[in-house]
Design a binder for this molecule. Structure first.
Ligand code: G3H
Ligand code: 13P
Ligand code: ZN
Length: 318
């Protein structure tokens, strides 16, 4: 059942976060739906511009629509991740998406507001909600001064002004994370103090955490043992921190890199253990099972495992 992202947020806010997973292919879709049902968790499926180009927008939409028929118990929203303005309009007009993200965070404040406002107008006219971003993800080096470090983070007062002026429905905030496998060095970690300040300015407003992969060391070690060359200093968000971020307004948690690590681990080990094999369905099946287990685990740490019956009951017939 496809639902709106806004409805998922109303049920989740303050209680749990919904995992938002980037997918690109059929195997990820199968694992995602199977995992969502096994965990009894609602899902947000994220498609990036790159994913739509890789599979083809029609193909990836077809895969998700087919999965919806195969797994009618699943409850999910479909979201454009990190959209530019043109891609947002394409997704809004497609009639398939529940929500879009307009990422104009690299632009000056007023330009970000103006671009986001235009997307909000077009999206709201068609019943979609809009995630926007303010602040700068990543780029936080351990040896720079605290003032400089904080300059990258979302400013609570700016966040409030931005939401009021742009009319966006949820906000991606920079609280120390970055995309990819190398997020923190030394004692760095999630800036829950800044998150609390942002929530203080934006009470009840859904906040989104990007760059939320945990980059498990065991996974990195297995990939490297099977021929990978990831820097062992790779590190991510502590999974215990999700439970601390939920009461501070984090309602959506974006995870892509950890899913990619599952893909690399399964395929590298498969190629290493069975060098004679030329049946790609064997590692494909192993990946679907591993990705499904991964979704179950993430749903547990995000607190959304087991919520499917109440979400379905609340949203059926809407
Ligand atoms: O934040 C970006 C996501 O990880 C999507 O990555 O643009 O390579 O599909 P992508
Ligand atoms: P990760 O790279 O930490 O998985 O973040 C993904 C993300 O934020 C997608 O928007
Ligand atoms: Zn992101």
């Amino acid at each position: 059942m496809i639902v709106t992202t806004a409805d998922l947020f109303k049920l989740a806010y303050g209680n749990y976060a919904v995992g938002a997973y980037n997918i690109n292919n059929m195997e990820q879709a199968l694992g995602l739906f199977q995992g969502g049902i096994k965990a009894q968790a609602p899902l947000i499926i994220q498609l990036s511009k790159g994913a739509r180009q890789y599979a083809g927008a029609t193909m990836i939409e077809g895969i998700i629509r087919a999965a919806e028929q195969m797994y009618p118990e699943a409850v999910f929203a479909v979201h454009l991740d990190h959209g530019d303005e043109a891609t947002c309009y394409d997704c809004i007009d497609s009639g398939f998406f529940s929500s879009v993200m307009i990422d104009a965070s690299h632009a000056p404040f007023d330009e970000n507001v103006a671009t986001t406002s235009r997307v909000v107008e077009r999206a709201h006219a068609k019943g979609l909600s809009v995630e926007a971003e303010i602040g700068q993800l990543g780029g936080v080096e351990e040896d720079i001064k605290v003032d400089e470090k904080n300059a990258h983070l979302t400013d609570p007062n700016e966040a409030l002004m931005f939401v009021e002026r742009s009319g966006c429905d949820s906000l991606a905030v920079a609280i120390g994370t970055s995309h990819g496998a190398y997020k923190f060095k030394g004692k760095q970690g999630l800036r829950l103090d800044r998150l609390a300040e942002i929530q203080g300015a934006l009470r009840g407003f859904p906040l989104v955490m990007h760059g939320s992969s945990s980059v498990p060391q065991a996974e990195v070690a297995r990939i490297n043992a099977a021929g990978g060359k990831l820097d062992p200093s790779a590190s991510g968000v502590q999974e215990e921190d999700f439970a601390k971020a939920v009461p501070l307004g984090v309602t959506k948690v974006n995870i892509d890199t950890d899913g990619r690590l599952v893909w690399y681990r399964v395929h590298r080990e498969s190629f290493q253990d069975q060098p004679e094999l030329i049946d790609f369905r064997k590692p494909g099946k192993a990946f679907v099972a591993a990705y499904s287990d991964f979704i179950v685990h993430k749903s547990q740490v995000l607190g959304c495992a087991g919520k499917l019956p109440e979400v379905r009951a609340a949203l059926s017939g809407k």
